[in-house]
Structures are given as structure tokens and as C-alpha cells.
Design a protein around this ligand. Sequence first.
Ligand code: NAD
Length: 319
Amino acid sequence: MNILITGCAGFIGFSLCKYFSKFEDYNVIGLDNLNSYYDKKLKIDRLKIISKSIKFINADICDRKKIGQVIKSNKITACFHLAAQAGVRYSITNPDEFFNANLEGFYNVINQCRLNKVKYFFFASSSSVYGDSKKYPQKETDRTDNPISFYAATKKANESVSFSFSKIYNMNITCLRFFTVYGPLGRPDMAFFNFANSIKKNKKIYLFNNGNNFRDYTYIDDVIFSIKSIFDKKIKSKLNNFEIINICSSNPIKTTKVINIFEKIMKKKAKIEKVENALGDVKKTFGSNNRIKKYTKNKFTDVRTGITKYVKWFNEYYK
Ligand SMILES: NC(=O)c1ccc[n+]([C@@H]2O[C@H](COP(=O)([O-])OP(=O)(O)OC[C@H]3O[C@@H](n4cnc5c(N)ncnc54)[C@H](O)[C@@H]3O)[C@@H](O)[C@H]2O)c1
């Protein structure tokens, strides 16, 4: 089966390509425009790891014609659409990037999948669609009509568009709501990089909302294993449906506690300055993972084990 993974040089896309290419049943076609939102070297290094096992295409999802050609000429059966402009705070200062990749680009990919009869369409949504909800754990059936960042609004728009495509064109669509994914080769614009890097270099860490925010951190291997498990079951089932699934460990941790874990593992104290909450940041994410448990019995990695693996990679990579 030929599968297309967009955003293949990105953190989750790369990890998914690496995993899928271990199975003989799949030919992995990876697409990315290698933009410079964060250090391009990390994207190139990820690609080097998978270069022999996937077919890489350097293209922009905003190039509608090219996306159509890629899907058609490679006879794609399943698409995992992960390419997007990420970053909640960045969306407040750079909305254009989000409009292009997450709205126009998203439409191009889903519509070309429809036109070329791609059987399975998976895409990355986000826990940010829950907004500043007060009801926990956050369930897939909860209301999601209060996005507090433009990033969240684009993900919510993707969910609505894909729902309509599934109903109108009878497409089999799975919407993956990721909750703060972390691990080796992770993104340098995310908190864990900032914590590890600042502690190592004795730099000050600004803790938003005085460190009182909670995040449902989810280890990368659990995310990848979950996606593959869902995919396997969707292939076996004859149902053609639309489904939203939280991908989370269902274990929210307070930021101050996360810093303590980093300090213990790195055997060094962090320099902290507590500041007000950042615009667009939700105070707490805490997802229900009951639905994902229908697909996998995998036990989610506890955050201490996950951070230990992350720090080990961080120290080796940023020597
Ligand atoms: N990492 C998380 O914690 C998290 C949480 C929720 C949702 N998500 C979503 O999961 C997906 C993957 O996230 P990630 O952490 O791997 O991010 P990432 O930034 O590492 O990966 C995204 C990749 O998409 C590529 N890309 C961006 N715009 C493109 C375009 N116009 N054309 C082609 N390629 C383009 C980038 O170059 C990048 O390599 C994204 O959709 C993101 O919004 C991630």
C-alpha cells in the first residue's frame, strides 16, 4: 500500500515515516517544504535518518497542482496529513502563515485526496480546539467552539471541513487531536526544549501563568503506536466514517512539577521568573483517552521516563 505522510521532516511526521517504513506492506511517500519556522538542520537530520526508507518530495501543500500530481502518480491509498504551521503564540503574530498552510494547504490536501479517491484520510488536529474549557477530562464529544488562538481556530476549521467532506463525499476520515507531543528529535520551539536548553546554559526560564498551567504531555512513541493501531483497525473494519480521537496520556502535569523533574534529571537548578499567562495559551489540557483505548491497550509512558529519554537525546544532539 502506498501511503503519503505530509510534514515528513517535522517531529511527528518523521517519527511516523520511520515507524511505517519498518513494515514491508507500506511504501512511504513523504512530503515537506522544509520551511525555516525552526532550525532547518533538525529537519534535514530527521530526513537523513529516513532517507533510505521513504521517497521524499520537496513540495508546498499550497501548490494545489503539485499535490494532485503527487497523490495521483503515486497511487496513494492512505494520507496522513501532518504538515501545518504549528505554534499557538506564533499564530498571534504571524496569522498569514497559518492561513496559508492550515486553511488553504489543508483544503488542497483533503480535496486532492477526494478527487483521487484516497481511501483513508488521517489528519492532525490539536487539544487547543478545547479552548479554556473547565470540564475535565476533555472528551471528543465536548463542545469546541471557543478557540482562543488563531492556531486553534484553524484546527477547528479543519475538523469542520473534514466532517463535511466525510458526509458529502463518503470519505473515511480520522481526526487526531494531539496533546503536547514530546520526545527525542522534538521541536525546538516547544517548552521541553526551552527547559532543557535554559537549564544547561544557565538561562532564565519565563514561566507563564506563574507556572500554574497544566499539560497532558504525550510521548512520541505512544502517539505513533496509537496512529498505527487506529489505522490497522480502520483497514479491518468496513465502516466508512468520520471519527475524532484524542491522542493523550490523560495525565496532566503542572509546569512547576515538570521543571522539578528536569532539574532532578539534569542535576542542576533552573533559574525561574514567573510571569502572566501568554495570550492564546490555555490554562490546562487534560484529555480523556477512553476512545483511543478502543484501539490500543498500549500503556502510555509516564512523564518522568519520557523526560529522561528526551534529556538523553538532547544532551547528545546539542553537545
Ligand atoms: N507536536 C505537538 O505537540 C502537536 C500538538 C497538537 C497538534 N500538532 C499538529 O501535529 C502536526 C505535526 O506537528 P509537529 O510537532 O510534527 O510539527 P512540525 O512543525 O515539526 O512539523 C510540521 C512540518 O510541516 C511542514 N510544513 C509546514 N507548512 C508546510 C507547507 N505549506 N507545505 C509543506 N510542508 C509544510 C514543516 O516544514 C514541518 O516539517 C501539525 O499539524 C501540528 O499542528 C502537534
